[in-house]
Ligand binder design. Structure first.
Ligand SMILES: Cc1cc2nc3c(=O)[nH]c(=O)nc-3n(C[C@H](O)[C@H](O)[C@H](O)COP(=O)(O)OP(=O)(O)OC[C@H]3O[C@@H](n4cnc5c(N)ncnc54)[C@H](O)[C@@H]3O)c2cc1C
Length: 447
């Protein structure tokens, strides 16, 4: 098995780093051996594609990189299609695999470069009130615990399974998961600009009309870009030349804005942010409608610049309040000549999750995220204030993988945290799969 001593790890956004021994197992037996060997020396963190902003991964012990475990095959669950996939496969691998078989995932992340293991570990999700997180699509998984023992878990294992399908990597290493998938269906996709007040005042109707809803707000504009999707039997007309050109134009504009114009603006002339934001909707989307296979419609975005991203899941009933607080804060700061948010505010809506530590556990949520360039002035104080605004909503819970301040405020927001920690203690009594952040701030295991 490959082992790199003193590997210098950095995350995707380059805001986290550590030096640790890196194990790269190529199969289940090597994974068990890696856990045993690394566990004898100290602590271990499972590693996906390093995309998280929060310090879930850093350790001075060992990292176990699942990147060489990417196999998958088609299977079935309760007579319906399913895919058994190794945890190091990316969401892109999985989407390509399902697409090629006339299948689709439901509620996957838009971004496809994260690993399946990393997505499941934080209950990552796309949008869709009739479904929930990717963890909720998992019907079975294989977990290697701190002793190197293998557990095959499914719903029959009750709350242990619900702990393991969003574990923050604190129960052991997930080797593979079996995920439900669905025969490919078509979506009628509408991209519309609608007034902020009309959308927020009419959210329940919007959510009742469309199965999959996403909202984008470019700061200082008075409309929301609404991506509204519902199932249809209409055929996929395929992309016309005009569609392809439109897509290429949008991609080029998003790429250039996010990698060039906005970072520069954030650094040298933030006061121009409101003016640029008036252009942003025109550069990012074209109003209209189309029919597309779900697996294509869910992954409409391609340009992902490095950025700051913080996200909170709030109970559905508090969605309007969360939006008003967010817009209010950004506009309030602008009146004091501070423009820390120069990309977008984005919301998605998902149903209740069974996973004990999913932000959507036990209730449907609006997941609202604020994204800004890495160079934006005052981003740090903004996120501090915005965390306060969101935490003022009693049911708000932060996304585990995004930028996360105030981890100590999180534990009390999870009614099933003690049950999760009991499973953790049973599987890993010596805390091999913890790092300081999880142990001290999130789980508060040290007095
Ligand atoms: C550009 C971008 C877009 C994103 N879009 C979305 C989105 O649409 N929806 C959403 O919900 N999230 C989104 N995220 C957040 C992302 O889903 C999480 O940060 C996710 O955890 C990243 O996966 P990763 O493979 O990079 O894992 P890492 O960041 O490497 O690890 C994250 C956690 O997973 C654990 N882990 C990884 N593999 C395993 C394993 N095999 N067994 C046990 N634990 C494991 C790690 O220990 C760690 O605790 C996005 C992130 C980025 C950078």
């Amino acid at each position: 098995m490959e082992l790199i001593a003193n590997y210098k790890w950095r995350n995707w956004n380059d805001n986290l780093a550590c030096t640790a021994d890196l194990y790269r197992p190529r199969g289940l037996q090597e994974l068990r051996e890696a856990v045993r060997r690394a566990g004898r020396k100290g602590r271990i963190r499972p590693l996906g594609n390093s995309c998280s902003w929060s310090p879930l991964v850093p350790t001075c012990g060992s990292l176990i990189d699942l990147g060489r475990l990417r196999g998958m095959h088609e299977t079935s669950f309760d007579g319906a299609p399913a895919i058994r996939v190794e945890a190091g496969a990316t969401v892109r691998d999985l989407v390509d695999f399902t697409q090629a078989r006339g299948l689709t995932l439901i509620s996957p992340t838009i971004f496809q470069d994260i690993s399946v293991g990393g997505a499941i570990a934080v209950a990552a999700h796309g949008t869709g009130l009739h479904t929930s997180t990717m963890s909720d699509e998992v019907v079975a998984l294989t977990l290697v615990d701190a002793r190197g023992d293998v557990h095959h878990l499914s719903a029959a294992d009750g709350s242990l399974f619900d702990a393991a399908r969003c574990s923050l990597g604190a129960l052991g290493v997930v080797h593979d998961v079996t995920m439900r998938c669905w025969p490919e269906f078509h979506l009628h996709v509408e991209d519309r600009m609608i007034g902020v007040d009309d959308v927020l005042g009419g959210l329940p109707d919007l959510l009742a009309t469309y199965e999959f809803v996403e909202l984008y707000w470019f700061p200082f504009t008075d409309t929301l870009w609404c991506k509204l999707m519902r199932r249809t039997d209409e055929p996929d007309a395929g992309a016309t030349l005009a569609d392809r050109l439109k897509f290429a134009f949008t991609y080029a504009c998003t790429f250039a804005s996010c990698n060039g114009v906005l970072p520069l603006l954030g650094r040298v002339a933030p006061e121009l942010t409101p003016a640029f934001m008036q252009l942003a909707p025109r550069l990012s989307m074209t109003p209209g409608s189309a029919v597309a296979p779900a697996s294509r419609a869910f992954h409409y975005q391609r340009a992902y610049p490095r950025c700051w991203d913080m996200s909170y899941g709030v109970p559905l009933a508090d969605a309007e309040e969360a939006w008003r607080r967010t817009i209010g804060l950004i506009e309030h700061l602008a009146r004091a000549a501070s423009f820390p948010v120069n990309m977008v505010v984005h919301a998605r809506f998902i149903g209740p999750s069974a996973a004990l530590l999913a932000p959507a556990h036990g209730r449907a949520i609006c997941d609202i995220e604020v994204v800004t360039t890495r160079s934006a002035r005052d981003a740090e104080p903004f996120y501090e204030q915005w965390s306060g605004e969101m935490l003022a909503i009693p049911g708000a819970r932060p996304h585990w993988g995004k930028y996360l301040l105030h981890p100590r405020a999180v534990r009390e927001r999870y009614p099933m945290m003690d049950a999760f920690l009991a499973h953790r203690a049973a599987l890993d009594p010596d805390g091999v799969f913890l790092n300081d952040w999880l142990e001290d701030a999130v789980f508060q295991l040290r007095p």
